[in-house]
Design a protein around this ligand. Structure first.
Ligand SMILES: C[S@@+](CC[C@H](N)C(=O)[O-])C[C@H]1O[C@@H](n2cnc3c(N)ncnc32)[C@H](O)[C@@H]1O
Length: 701
């Protein structure tokens, strides 16, 4: 049952004081949800998790099982010579001893499994050759070999260090080695690859991605920050911790106080190119191992700024602040200065698996996924854009009920009898039903003036438009299992329905605009006003022109809530948008139908669009393409007026800058609008109850 409200004076029944319930003991996530004009009264704090409720992940935790790494058969780590797994990490005892300190820029421990292919590889990501692979692990030590049952057997080598090698279950071919320098290395070998005809070396990228997907799928791991690299790091951590326990035999042979002066440059050079699957940990920090010969070229990721050099080794700006605060002072190579002990501590964000994946392409940030090239320029500073995967279309994360099946597109919902261009037909077809029997687009592909103005007005004066209040709001439901607070209200939005597959018209039909994707020339650029990256048009755009849609991962609200709740210390990096334009159409919206878009990790160019209070030049309009049910729709941006080339494109996130109940504050608005709500309170009532958006972390520069 839904209470519909068109009367702005009707109270929502929300007591602001209730927003901070004593049950909410969990840390508040940092990100804010962009919620296109959620105009209910009261403060909506979806990011404030309730301590009274187990998160969705926690509720599923019984199902969460991180398996032994032997479930990762794709990872192939074998010695050059066909050796047993436990030998794989050990430098043959009869090799010459060097006095050099262990080098961490060792080659990757990934070589072709077939001994006959010694020294050969077809993959540029694979470290092979005389000094490659496991033989290049120059950990000369008194070896201690620990068998699967934990009994240690010492192996004397001719070196001055200590290396403990643990071989797990032999069948798993998992090995963890540690030196007395506190260095931990993990090796996985996979005999399954042996003898497979036509086996080729997969790229590290592909392997990591595949394993992560498998883990996310199979083990119901809901933490978006899950990565194989983190898993490896955890293994190293556990190994070190266990090894450090006084009762543990291994601890006797591990001396982590040794001084190692590492060549920082080698790491820095490698930081852009992952080449293998060897992992090492220095004092528990895991870094991928690279081979300089096969590392990706260190091409600058951005065109050099006017006033400086850019060697392409800088990290992204994730840690910088809203207020333009410069990110932590790193050394030239992005490393912290270390003391004479010099156990190089890689900054956390440098260790992120994303860093070993291809970074942004400045020539085309869309990497060819769009019909147009979208360049990226920074003429202001040396910052890099946040790391994310460019996807041209939204994709379901896990639980969202988004069914594109043909069966669900009934003939009644589309114009199967149409032919050619629906707009040129004398009578509007069934697809115009949503827009009161009239197409929303002109023959030029622009949103019609009247429709557009109504959408703009909805943003400007939401109180004049219909709002609904769910009987049981999915937003509130996600927060607590105990007392579900009353709904803060959702604006009932106007939809455009486009023709689609089962329509009889052709692809050039004028009622297909958003589905064609971006057609105008856009550019991502660094703003001068301290807003970070922004998006601008490189060509004049008429009023009502489609620019792009907001693309991201389609999450259920529960998934989003879990995701944001789990981001530690309010350092969430979500940019979620709530898809609640039609929440009033059903009495109770099921969890799997209460959807959001999160562009933090996967998104398109819309993730760069900055906020502008009220007079933004873009307006968001829900567009129905594939799914007849309005719980999922495309959030498309159209120009609210003529926009000149080089103008920044903005939309009004609908932020309530007065919402101080949020533990994490919204950004300081630099929109420059005369109507800026962050400076003076323009029509305060209009913006009460809006969710605040976006990460303070990822997007801050
Ligand atoms: C969706 S992101 C937009 C892209 C972002 N500027 C970036 O560099 O990636 C939203 C974030 O951009 C910044 N931002 C957007 N609009 C802003 C504004 N009007 N004033 C200040 N910062 C803004 C805020 O940090 C906000 O959290």
């Amino acid at each position: 049952m839904v209470q519909e409200r068109c009367d702005p004076s009707q109270p929502s029944g929300v007591d602001k004081s209730k927003q901070k319930t004593p049950l909410r003991t969990e840390p508040s996530p940092a990100s804010h949800t962009m919620r296109p004009r959620d105009k209910g009264k009261g403060t909506v704090s979806p990011q404030t998790p309730s301590g009274g409720k187990r998160s969705v992940s926690e509720r599923l935790s019984d199902a969460v099982r991180i398996k032994e790494p032997n479930v990762m058969p794709d990872i192939v780590v074998t010695p050059k010579e066909k050796t047993t797994a436990s030998q794989a990490l050990i430098k043959p005892k009869d090799e010459p001893i060097t006095d050099e300190m262990p080098q961490l820029n060792i080659s990757a421990a990934v070589i072709h499994p077939d001994p006959s292919n010694k020294g050969e590889s077809s993959s540029r990501n694979v470290a092979v050759g005389e000094n490659d692979g496991l033989e290049s692990l120059e950990l000369h030590s008194m070896l201690e070999k620990v068998t699967a049952d934990g009994t240690a057997a010492s192996e004397k080598t001719r070196n001055n260090g200590d290396l403990a090698i643990i071989s797990g279950d032999c069948s798993s071919n998992l090995e963890i080695a540690s030196s007395h320098f506190g260095e931990v290395r993990i090796s996985l070998s996979c005999d399954l690859a042996l003898g497979r005809p036509g086996f080729h070396m997969p790229s590290l990228d592909a392997v990591l991605k595949s394993v992560e997907e498998k883990c996310l799928r199979s083990y119901k791991i809901l933490d978006p920050n899950f990565s194989v690299m983190n898993l490896m790091k955890d293994m190293c951590d556990s190994f070190l911790n266990l090894g450090s326990e006084s009762t543990n035999e291994i601890s006797k042979s591990i001396d982590v106080t040794s001084t190692i002066d590492l060549v920082k440059k080698s790491y820095a050079a490698d930081a852009l190119g992952a080449t293998g699957l060897g992992f090492s940990s220095l004092n528990s920090s895991v870094s991928p191992q690279f081979d300089e010969e096969v590392a990706l070229p260190r091409t600058p990721l951005l065109p050099p700024p006017c006033h400086g050099e850019d060697d392409g080794t800088q990290s992204n700006n994730m840690d910088s602040g809203d207020d333009g605060e410069k990110r932590k002072d790193d050394t030239e190579d992005g490393f912290e200065d270390t003391n004479s002990q010099s156990l190089v501590a890689l900054q956390q964000h440098q260790l992120a698996p994303e860093l070993i994946r291809p970074l942004h392409d400045v020539i085309d940030i869309a990497k060819g996924h769009e019909r147009v090239v979208i360049t990226l320029v920074n003429e202001v500073n040396n910052e890099f854009p946040p790391l994310f995967y460019y996807i041209p279309q939204s994709a379901v994360f896990q639980n969202a009920s988004v069914n594109f099946s043909l069966a669900c597109i009934g003939d009644s919902n589309c114009c199967s009898a149409c032919f050619g261009d629906c707009l040129s037909n004398s009578t509007p077809c069934a697809c115009a039903h949503e827009t009161r029997g009239e197409f929303a687009y002109t023959a030029d592909g622009l949103v019609k003036e009247e429709f557009l103005e109504e959408c703009i007005s909805m943003n400007h004066d939401p109180e004049k438009h219909c709002q609904v209040f769910c009987k049981e709001c999915p937003v509130e439901r996600s927060k607590t299992e105990d007392t579900i607070e009353s709904c803060k209200g959702h604006l009932v939005r106007k939809f455009i329905t486009e023709c689609w597959w089962r329509c009889g018209c052709n692809k050039q039909c004028g009622n297909r605009v958003v589905q064609r994707g971006i057609t105008c020339n856009l550019q991502v650029f660094m703003t001068l006003e301290g807003k970070g990256w922004g998006l601008r048009t490189l060509e004049d755009l008429p009023k009502g022109a489609f620019v792009c849609e907001y693309v991201g991962e389609i999450l259920t609200y529960s998934e989003l809530f879990d995701r944001v709740s789990k981001s530690s210390n309010g350092k969430g990096n979500s940019n979620p948008v709530l898809l609640d334009a039609d929440w009033g159409s059903k009495a109770v919206r099921k969890d799997e139908e209460a959807l959001c878009l999160d562009a933090t990790d996967y998104g398109n160019v819309a993730r760069f669009i900055n906020h502008r209070c009220r007079d933004s030049n873009l307006v968001e309009i829900p567009v129905q393409v594939e799914i007849p049910d309005h719980h999922y729709y495309h959030l498309a941006f159209f120009t609210t007026r003529k926009v000149n080339a080089m103008e920044e494109l903005t939309w009004d996130y609908g932020i309530d800058f007065d919402d101080h109940d949020h533990l994490v504050k919204p950004f300081r608005c630099q929109c420059g609008s005369n109507f800026c709500r962050n400076i003076k309170r323009y029509s305060k009532r209009s913006y009460i109850g809006l969710l605040v958006l976006v990460s303070n972390l990822t997007c801050r520069v």
